[in-house]
Structures are given as C-alpha cells and as structure tokens.
Design a protein around this ligand. Structure first.
Ligand SMILES: Nc1nc2c(c(=O)[nH]1)N[C@H]1C(S)=C(S)[C@@H](COP(=O)(O)O)O[C@H]1N2
Ligand SMILES: [Mo]
Length: 153
C-alpha cells in the first residue's frame, strides 16, 4: 500500500538559554513526538489545522531559569518577542486541515490566542530563542529586524 507523503522536511531550531540546543523536526510534529496535535479552531476560531501546544514542547526543551522572554524568528526577518509566561497558551500550527503542510506560514506558525495583536502570529518560524531581557516585564513586541548596512551606521 502506498502511503501518502504529506510531510516536507523542515526543522525549527531551539537556542539561547536552554539546557541543550535542540532542533525540532517535521516528524516530531507530525508523529506527535513533541506533543499532541490538536485541532486549533476551538482554540483560535480564525485558524484551522493542527497545532502543538508550546506548553508540551516545553517539556522537551529545558529552558533555563534566567530566561525572561522568547524570540520567534521567521525566515523573512520578521520576529516577535514574548514574555515567557505568554507561552502558556501559545501553539505551533504545523498542518492544514487537509493534512498538508502549511501553505502559508510553512514550516510552523506561532499562534498566540488572546495575544495583544494578530501580528504576533509569526509565520515561517525557523528559530525559537530564549533570552534574558533587562526589563523582565517587557511586553510582547513584533516587527522586522533592523537590518542596517554597516556603512549607514
Ligand atoms: N513571518 C512573518 N510573520 C508574520 C508577518 C510577517 O510579515 N512575516 N506579519 C505579521 C502581521 S503584522 C500580521 S497582521 C499577520 C498577518 O497574517 P496573515 O498573513 O495570515 O493575514 O501575520 C504576522 N506574522
Ligand atoms: Mo499586523
């Protein structure tokens, strides 16, 4: 029997203030190794497909005590910085309703239910970086990285 191949290779790097750098692979999500694949619509009605709660992923990632925030880096230089506590309800969307990989936001998309802005739903997340900010209470922020050519500094 021919099995339908709907996965497409990808990895999401986990870096920064973690006990051990890890890479989350496509199969970790599709096979439910980093957490359950939940239907997102009841949680975030404006989205559909399958997602893994970040709270489950955090059982695999050992985040250091001193980390205050996490930066979600996208492949297009977009990024969002969230206070660590805001990860509690966040999810990583990795599959469309029809079982295919994400068409928009591949490989995974951050979803922050009840976040202060839809802009926090970072598409094409390629790296999660745990950091310590001087202001541990700094609110979530998002935007494109400031890429300023050296000669313009
Ligand atoms: N990688 C990436 N993610 C992103 C953005 C972006 O430019 N790049 N824009 C953000 C903003 S500002 C909004 S409002 C939403 C738009 O999501 P949509 O394309 O599904 O409408 O995606 C967010 N995630
Ligand atoms: Mo936005």
């Amino acid at each position: 029997m021919k099995q339908e191949q709907t996965e497409r290779p990808f990895l999401v790097q986990v870096r920064g203030l973690v006990e051990r750098d890890i890479d989350l692979h496509d199969s970790d999500f599709f096979a439910g190794k980093v957490g359950p694949a939940v239907d997102v619509t009841p949680i975030v009605p404006t989205f559909s497909g399958k997602a893994t709660p970040i709270s489950s992923v955090l059982e695999t990632i050992r985040v250091k005590e001193e980390a205050t925030h996490v930066i979600f880096h996208a492949s297009d230089e977009f990024q969002a910085t969230l206070p660590r506590e805001e990860l509690t309800n966040a999810l990583l969307l990795f599959q469309q309703e029809n079982g295919e990989p994400l068409r928009k936001g591949f490989p995974v998309r951050l979803l922050v239910p009840n976040g202060k802005s839809d802009c926090l739903n970072v598409k094409s997340v390629v790296k999660m970086e745990f950091v310590r900010l001087d202001d541990p209470k700094r609110e979530s922020t998002f935007g494109f990285k400031n890429v300023v050519p050296a000669q313009e500094l």
